[in-house]
Structure formats: structure tokens, C-alpha cells
Design a protein around this ligand. Structure first.
Ligand SMILES: Cc1cc2nc3c(=O)[nH]c(=O)nc-3n(C[C@H](O)[C@H](O)[C@H](O)COP(=O)(O)O)c2cc1C
Length: 320
């Protein structure tokens, strides 16, 4: 591969499937967090792309209120990326053609979710064990004419690491990009990522490969790039805990603080969602923002007791 052995720089622009991403630092899909206001925030701070949380292809056909919330976007979001979860190629084919996803530029396919019910249904990381079916899903999504990416793990466990064969299959089936969470399904969300296997994935394909997992500091972000040779990184929990990391890693100018950011999140969320949703989202976000801040135990409890937006705004002044 032409990039073999080369360390790509964090913050650089990158082309994915013909689309120019402003940086190679991406925001992962996270259920309960990566709603429209959150994605706008990280895009503004320098994220090259930010994904909706996983949306079930089976749920899409009902187009209910919950699905509409997950799919909400508008012109303020420059690059629109949706993540789909499912297990049946036909269901993906229908989902990408039924019009609901027309506004999205990128379709990402979840091939990494480790949750037991998801795996039992043959979705998420279960697809790592059925490579021909995973290939058909990618091909079905490609028929939409959109840019298609895949987010996957290394395999089900350390004795069954399939990432190289899987990465080749993704490229061969038409995927434009791959995000590799450097853990196996049985590691769930803990433990040091297996850097060598992300590197192997990078080395066996020509499409851009993004490395994900365990990046919880600026240093870890650089370490991930060096150890894997990836084209970029995908932040997940740390992107929620500390969104200003995007401007730090990409060199974008920003005077934003966690306080100014969360106040803006409330404003945008109020424009798009009902009060109950806003309260729940902002409380969860605030709790992540305060995760490693000493002396915030009481403040976290107070925030969870707030029953209205004005009350919540007041309680959040601890972040000032
Ligand atoms: C609360 C939570 C929700 C998540 N939701 C999704 C999701 O909807 N789709 C997905 O592909 N991964 C999801 N993930 C996995 C993350 O995108 C990421 O791969 C994982 O957290 C590893 O990265 P990290 O160690 O930097 O957090 C979720 C993780 C967490 C903790």
C-alpha cells in the first residue's frame, strides 16, 4: 500500500468516497448522545464527520416520533452521516431507498455493536461471523449511490480475529471507508485497544481507515495514529467528555468552554426537540462533562433533579 509505514497527521483534510472531510478526526456514533445539536457542536470544533446514533433499519419503516428525532438534521449540518443497524440485506436496501435518508451524504453500517440482544438478532458485531451477509449489506447500501462506511470490531474474541479478511471484504463490496474499533466483541468497551490489528486492517486495504477505541487524551490520540498508521481517528466517549479536544487536535481556533458549549446545546436542542428530550440529553451530557472534574458529585445530583430548562441552566453554572 502506498501509505504503508507513513504516519498521517492529525487534523489533515481527507477525501472519503469523493467527499472532502475537513479533518481526519471524526466523532463516533453514540446512542443517546450524538443527536443533531451534538453533531453541530463537534463539526464546528473541527470534527471531519459526526454520525447519528445507530438507527434500526427495521424501525425506519414505521417512521415514528423516536425515529424522526434520531434522523433530525437541517442545513446547518454540513456533512450528514447516518448510522444504520440491521442484519438483513433487503431491509437495508429498502431503508436506503425509501426516501427518509435522502438528506444524508454518508451511510455508515454498524458491524460492531456487542449488545447481546443485537448479536442474537444477527446484527452489529454478529456480522463479523457472517462475512458473505455483511458483504450483501454493503452492496445494498452502495446501490443508494451514497458514500458508504463500515464501523466494525476486530472479531468476536481474541481467538477469532477476522479484521483483515473483513476489511478486504468491505473494500471489495464497495465500502468507501472503514472505522475499526480496536477491541473484540467480548472486550465490550474496556481494555487497551489491540493496535497491531488496526494496523493490519490499514495495511491490507486502500480505502481510508479510521482508528477507534480508548482515545481519552491528546497523547492517546497521537499514540493511536503512530501505533496504527491509520488515516485518522474516531473519538467516542472522550469526544463527549471533552468536545474542545476536537479544536485542540485539529488546530481550529476556538474560545469555547464546556459552559458556553452546553448553553448553546440547550438553545439548539430547544429548537429541535421537546422539553423532556432536551432535559434528558443535557443532563446526560453535563454528567459526561463533569466526569473527571473533582468536587462535582453534589452538582451532578442537583442537575439530575432539575425539572425545567431554566432550573437546569442555573444548576449548570458549576461549569462556568
Ligand atoms: C453509550 C454508548 C453508546 C454507543 N452507541 C454506539 C452506536 O450507536 N453505534 C456504534 O457504532 N457504536 C456505538 N458505541 C461505541 C462507540 O462508538 C465506540 O466504538 C466505543 O465507545 C469505543 O471508543 P472509546 O473507547 O473511545 O469510547 C457506543 C458506545 C457507548 C459507550
Amino acid at each position: 500500500m502506498e501509505n504503508k509505514g507513513k504516519t498521517n497527521k492529525l487534523g489533515e483534510e481527507i477525501i472519503v468516497g469523493g467527499l472532502r472531510l475537513g479533518s481526519n478526526v471524526l466523532m463516533a456514533p453514540l446512542a443517546g448522545y450524538t443527536c443533531f445539536p451534538f453533531r453541530l457542536m463537534v463539526e464546528k470544533l473541527g470534527a471531519g464527520a459526526a454520525f447519528t446514533e445507530m438507527v434500526s433499519v427495521n424501525g425506519l419503516k414505521y417512521n415514528d416520533r423516536a425515529t424522526k428525532k434520531l434522523l433530525y438534521t437541517d442545513d446547518r449540518e454540513k456533512l450528514k452521516c447516518v448510522q444504520l443497524l440491521g442484519g438483513i440485506p433487503m431491509a437495508f436496501e429498502r431503508a436506503v431507498k425509501d426516501g427518509l435518508l435522502d438528506g444524508f451524504d454518508v451511510i455508515d453500517i454498524n458491524m460492531g455493536c456487542p449488545v447481546p440482544n443485537v448479536v442474537k438478532a444477527g446484527e452489529g458485531s454478529a456480522l463479523l461471523t457472517d462475512i458473505p451477509r455483511a458483504a450483501k449489506i454493503i452492496e445494498a447500501c452502495k446501490r443508494s449511490g451514497k458514500v458508504v462506511s463500515v464501523k466494525c470490531r476486530l472479531g468476536m474474541n481474541r481467538h477469532n480475529i477476522v479484521i483483515e479478511e473483513f476489511a478486504r471484504m468491505c473494500e471489495g463490496s464497495g465500502a468507501d471507508m472503514l472505522s475499526v474499533h480496536g477491541r473484540t466483541r467480548d472486550m465490550m468497551y474496556d481494555g487497551e485497544p489491540l493496535y497491531d490489528y488496526i494496523r493490519k486492517a490499514k495495511d491490507c486495504v486502500s480505502i481510508p481507515v479510521f482508528a477507534n477505541g480508548g482515545i481519552y487524551s491528546k497523547e492517546k490520540a497521537h499514540e493511536m495514529m503512530e501505533k496504527t498508521g491509520a488515516d485518522g481517528i474516531m473519538l467516542a466517549r472522550y469526544g463527549i467528555e471533552n468536545p474542545p479536544i476536537f479544536s485542540e487536535l485539529t488546530g481550529r481556533e476556538s474560545n469555547e468552554t464546556k459552559y458556553s458549549l452546553i448553553m448553546e446545546q440547550i438553545d439548539i436542542a430547544q429548537e429541535c426537540y421537546d422539553e423532556l428530550f432536551v432535559l434528558s440529553y443535557i443532563k446526560k451530557l453535563a454528567s459526561y462533562f463533569m466526569k473527571k472534574l473533582p468536587g462535582t458529585k453534589q452538582a451532578k445530583q442537583d442537575i439530575y433533579k432539575c425539572g425545567s430548562i431554566p432550573e437546569l441552566r442555573k444548576a449548570l453554572s458549576v461549569l462556568e
